[in-house]
Structures are given as C-alpha cells and as structure tokens.
Design a protein around this ligand. Structure first.
Ligand code: NAP
Length: 314
C-alpha cells in the first residue's frame, strides 16, 4: 500500500497544535495531529486560567484544552498517539518517523512546546498549582498580599519578581549564588524595589504541606545549613515561583533547523529555515509564552501552511 501523504502534520497537541489543527481542518486540509501524551501540554497543569480572552469563569487548563481538542476534531483534524523520534524535513514530502509508524506530509507544524525547568526537590510536583507556580502572569493574582518567593537569578526570575511585587506582601528572591545573572538594568530595578528581598547562596531543598504549600526547607549552598520557612499563620500558605530556565522540546530538530538556545527560530509568519516547515508556540524563540500567544501562533502557522500548499507563499 502507498503511504498516505497528509497536507499537514502537526507535532504536539497543546494550545498551539490544537489551534493549528482547527485552522488547518477548517481550511479543508488533510490534517493529522501527532501527540505523545495527552492533549494540552503545560496548560493541563494550570489549575485556573483567568487571562485567556473571553474565558469563562472557573476555566481550568483541562476544561479549555478539552474544548480546543473537540473543536479541532470537529473540523476534521485527525489525531494519533505516537512519539516522533526522527524527521526528514527537506524536499516536497516531509517524512516523520514515529515509534509506532512512519508519517508523510507536504507541510509540518512543530508545536512540541517547552517545559519550565523544575527545581527537582521533594514536594515540588505534588504542590504544583497549590502554591508552586512556573508562571507569574498566570498565577500572581492568587497571591495578592501573601508572601512570595521567587527561585532563580536570571532575567526571568528578576523580571517576574518585579511583576510579582505588585501583588505580594513581599517578594524574596532565592538564588543559589551571591550575584544575579540578570541584566544589570533589571537588577537595578529589583535592588531599588523596597518590596523585594534577597536570600543569597540558597536553594530550595524541600517543599511540603497538606494539600497546599505550608513550609519550605532552604539549604545554604556554602555552609549546607538548613532552615525551615513556615507559612504565616494568618495566611496558611505562600507562593513559590520557579524561574530557573526552560527546556524546549526541540532536540529532534538540532542541526536540521535554525535554532537559538534550543528554541526554533521562525519569522513572524512561523516559517522556519526549511520551506513547508513551521513552528508554533513555546518551542519557538519568542518573548511571551502564554496560551493566547500559542493559539495565535498555531492559527498563523496553519494559514501559512495552507498558502504554501496553494503555491502562494513566498
Ligand atoms: P537563565 O538565564 O538560564 O537563568 C536561569 C537562572 O536560574 C540562573 O540564575 C541560574 O543560576 C538559576 N538556576 C538554573 N538552574 C538552577 C537550579 N537547578 N536551581 C537553582 N537555580 C538554578 O534563564 P531565564 O532567566 O529563564 O532566561 C532564559 C533566556 O531568556 C536568557 O537568555 C535570558 O536573557 C532571556 N530573557 C530575557 C529577558 C529580557 O531580556 N527582558 C527576559 C526573560 C528572559 P546561575 O546564575 O547560578 O546559573
């Protein structure tokens, strides 16, 4: 039997991939979405989504993703569960090699996402969304007038600490060294902010609590001394925001596409360095990683894939 050649194959079923699926399906493109786990990507670990435009009250990551998946399927996007392990992207027909099967398409949209790097300490995973967060824009409002701790010393950590200082009673930056990595201009703003304090030479060794974050063990990276921070009695909890870098899911494309720091480079129309190959969402180099920007990327990528197939691109 001849191998089927899809118009477009989308790798990843997070908001970028699902939006691309909706737009591609609606354009009557023969569309396949390949996802290795369940739909949603990072968003499914988000308990509440307040900032998706027009979102309904009480919207959660899983509820939004469920509707996005149904919408893409409603427009005819097919889906398969598989892990892509290798790709041949040059030429008119792209070849994706999965663990279970081989796939062929005239265009490919890479929407494999990125994960915020975790601290990796005990309790972190269990308390994610219950005091531990990786997204200030998403979760700052839940910590209005609470104590907030920010882990990391790079641009993200310090910029997000400045943002969080508008919400929290006070914000303490926990950094493993005694000097920040962040750009000098960003550092200066943090040093000038009277709501921001610093805990130098420190790392989070353990997070714990009964269904909500209640205490944290800090280890001094020089002396090894450990101290425990308890939530103020009147609050019952506090926030820990982790910004120690991201791990984009793009190792597969190293050496094949133009990339920077592990992210795929695209132009504003989501074109990568290979014709017919597009990237959308958190896996590409961009400045704001949110559901709304991922969905927008997916819509653009699918529209441009359609134009490419019609011979109208470039
Ligand atoms: P980053 O620059 O890689 O900084 C990560 C920070 O986390 C560093 O301070 C690092 O400590 C710390 N860290 C790493 N692993 C850790 C661990 N296991 N435990 C504790 N701390 C750990 O990451 P980023 O801040 O997310 O920035 C990523 C890129 O985006 C950078 O190129 C950055 O310049 C850029 N960015 C730019 C802007 C802007 O220009 N406005 C804003 C955000 C991000 P050490 O310092 O000790 O290594």
């Amino acid at each position: 039997m001849e191998n089927k050649i899809y118009d477009v194959i989308i790798i990843g079923a997070g908001p970028a991939g699902l939006a691309a699926g909706t737009y591609a399906g609606r354009a009557r493109l023969d569309t396949l979405i390949v996802e290795q786990e369940k739909d949603g990507g990072q968003i499914v670990i988000t308990a509440e989504i307040e900032n998706y435009p027009g979102g309904v009250e009480g919207e959660t990551g899983p509820s939004l993703v469920k509707r996005m998946s149904e919408q893409a399927a409603g427009f005819g996007a097919q889906k398969v569960k598989d892990t892509i392990v290798d790709v041949e992207l040059e030429g008119d027909v792209k070849h994706l090699i999965g663990r279970s099967a081989d796939y062929y398409a005239r265009t490919v949209i890479i929407a494999t996402g990125a994960n915020p790097r975790p601290i990796g300490c005990p309790g972190e995973r269990e308390l994610t969304g219950k005091g531990v967060s990786y997204c200030a824009t998403c979760d700052a409002a839940f910590f209005e007038d609470f104590d907030i701790y920010v882990v990391g010393g790079g641009d993200s950590a310090v910029e997000e600490a400045l943002y969080l200082a508008k919400f929290g009673r006070r914000v303490t930056i926990i950094h493993r060294r005694d000097a920040l990595r962040a750009a000098r201009s960003i550092q200066e703003k943090a040093f000038a902010c009277d709501k921001i304090e610093f805990m130098w030479n420190s790392r989070v060794a353990e997070l714990s609590g009964d269904g909500i974050l209640e205490r944290m063990v800090i280890e001094n990276t020089v002396t090894g001394e450990r101290t425990t921070i308890e939530a103020p009695e009147e609050d019952g909890t506090f926030g820990v925001f982790v910004f120690i870098g991201f791990d984009p899911h793009a190792q597969l494309f190293e050496g094949k596409l133009s990339m920077e720091n592990g992210y795929i480079l695209t132009d504003e129309d989501m074109r990568t360095s290979i014709p017919g190959v597009f990237a959308a969402g958190d896996v590409r180099k961009k400045s704001l990683r949110q559901v709304v920007t991922a969905a927008a990327d997916g819509a653009i990528a699918a529209s441009m894939a359609n134009k490419y197939l019609e011979g109208l691109d470039g």
